[in-house]
Design a protein around this ligand. Structure first.
Ligand code: ADP
Length: 236
């Protein structure tokens, strides 16, 4: 019964999830975790603690060995391929290495993500400038990724992640390649997106980021949740 109410009330619910990879590495062990709509949750832990595995399972890129993962009331591991694609459209992703298309301009990178999601030309013309404004890059729309700084590239990646209005943004070490000033800017933008109503899940090694956020922090150690602090304590 506890599980039943767990997934009914939560946006994201990991129910006793264990992940053992083919080579028998146990990456996650009995992880139970609830994330509510509009939360800002940071996941911290040493390298190898299981952060990326957790994110991959949320995106249905990996299946749990034991346990279940729910997105709202949907068991995501029971989804067909077409339904998985629909789920992924509800989750915007941001990675340490930006993953922009090098042969497309800033504008085209974002427009392409909208085309892939089946949006109309009218929507593209209206929404691309809006999200570029939101990340303060309106003046760079005709530049290519190689002409941008790391912080600017990550802001394009954020604009691309939010343009299809996902319910959740997953940011896996988004500031890993950035200096403190750019890191601060990225954190401010993620906060702004969260304030506008989007759930944010962030993985980070950066204690400064956690302190600046002052939001919920989940600490993973050896694939287990060892701490879940509502107000941002970072202890490793
Ligand atoms: P983190 O993101 O916290 O660094 P990961 O989730 O990447 O942690 O890794 C957790 C553990 O699982 C590590 O021991 C890692 O080596 C292992 N691991 C990750 N991906 C795979 C894989 N595809 N096959 C086998 N082991 C893996």
């Amino acid at each position: 019964m506890g599980n039943f109410f767990g997934f009914i009330l939560s946006m994201i619910y990991f129910d006793k999830v264990t992940k053992v990879y083919d080579d028998s590495t146990k990456a996650l062990c009995d992880v139970t975790l609830k994330i509510e709509p509009k939360e800002f949750v940071s996941i911290v832990g040493h390298s190898g603690a299981g952060k990326t595995t957790l994110i991959k399972m949320l995106l249905a890129e990996e299946k749990p060995t034991e346990g279940k993962i729910f997105f709202e009331s949907t068991n995501i591991n029971a989804l067909k391929k077409s339904e998985v694609n629909k789920l992924r459209r509800r989750i915007g992703t941001i990675f340490q290495d930006y993953r922009l298309l090098p042969n497309k301009t800033v504008y085209e990178n974002i427009a392409f993500a909208m085309e892939a999601a089946g949006r109309t030309d009218e929507e593209i013309v209206a929404d691309v400038p809006y999200v570029l404004e939101l990340v303060d890059l309106a003046d760079k729309e005709l530049n290519f990724p190689t002409e941008l700084s790391g912080g600017e590239r990550q802001r394009v990646a954020i604009a691309r992640a939010i343009v299809n209005q996902p319910d959740v943004i997953v940011a896996d070490e988004p500031t890993g390649n950035l200096d403190p000033i750019n890191t601060y800017e990225i954190v401010q933008i993620l906060k702004k997106i969260n304030d506008l109503g989007t759930t944010v899940i962030l993985t980070t090694h950066n204690k400064g980021v956690i302190d600046e956020l002052g939001k919920r922090v989940i600490t993973l150690e050896g694939g287990r949740i060892v701490r879940d602090d509502p107000t941002g304590r970072y202890v490793l």
